[in-house]
Design a protein around this ligand. Structure first.
Ligand code: G3P
Length: 238
């Protein structure tokens, strides 16, 4: 499972990256704006914290495919290769994906609320497709059903590595990228439905491995250990 953190907050990125095996971070215009910082400095600082082998997904904001393509080129020129271009599944966005993927650019399709948007984005050369699970659940639809349906279709139309390389200049597996979560249950169900990657905000990320009974178990182990060995750890005893 690929985990991403859905934030541009530098303190959260430092803390979570220090503990958990994340692949990188994802942002959107609201997430970026929330930090109220100089855009370029902020992304550079995030890159320093994450290191060279991790990825940052940055959304294009231009209103036409032509402007999005220019933004994409400038982003790569400024921040280097480890950037995924987040592109919305609008008509102009799909057009931009189609052009950029031909040149081998890394693309994450975003703003997804239906299985057909996933299928179209994959065909246009996106590597990641990010359905908004909670936003879908919020209006009485089902984020997890979007993932299930789209994953079935993606499995049926999977192309070979050679074909992928010929069309998109690189080999990758198209992946459903669960996004917009408000609780751990949503994350779990999306993983069960076939998503290969998830991006999770800080609050839900912190709860992914939380269980009160685990904490209780550790407290009990410590208590029993300390009765016999005091504050010593294994290094003191070996
Ligand atoms: O990555 C997509 C995400 O940022 C949208 O999440 O929580 O604002 O619905 P949310």
């Amino acid at each position: 499972m690929q985990y991403y953190l859905d934030t541009a907050n530098i303190e959260d990125i430092k803390r979570i990256n220090n503990i958990y095996p994340i692949m990188g971070i994802t942002t959107n215009p609201s997430i970026i704006a929330k930090e109220k910082r100089n855009f370029k400095e902020m992304i550079k600082e995030i890159q320093e914290v994450l290191g060279k082998d991790k990825y940052i997904h940055i959304q294009l904001v231009g209103e036409t495919a032509e402007i999005m393509i220019e933004e994409a080129k400038k982003l790569i020129e400024t921040f280097g290769e480890n950037i995924y271009l987040k592109i919305p599944v609008t008509e102009q966005g799909i057009k931009a994906m189609k052009e950029l993927s031909k040149e081998g650019q890394r693309i994450t399709a975003t703003g997804i609320l239906s299985p057909q948007q996933i299928v179209m984005a994959a065909e246009a050369g996106a590597e990641y497709m990010a359905p908004y699970i909670n936003r879908s659940d919020n209006i009485g639809e089902s984020g997890v059903e979007i993932v299930k349906d789209a994953q079935k279709i993606l499995d049926n139309v999977r192309i070979s590595d050679e074909e992928c390389k010929r069309r998109f200049k690189r080999v990758f597996e198209p992946k459903i990228f669960g996004a917009s979560f408000k609780n751990v249950r949503q994350v779990h169900e999306v993983m069960l439905a076939g998503a290969k990657s998830v991006t999770v905000g800080t609050e839900v990320f912190d709860r992914l491995i939380y269980h009160p009974y685990t904490d209780w178990s550790m407290e009990k182990f410590n208590e029993d250990w300390q009765k016999v060995y005091g504050d010593k750890n294994l290094l003191d005893l070996l």
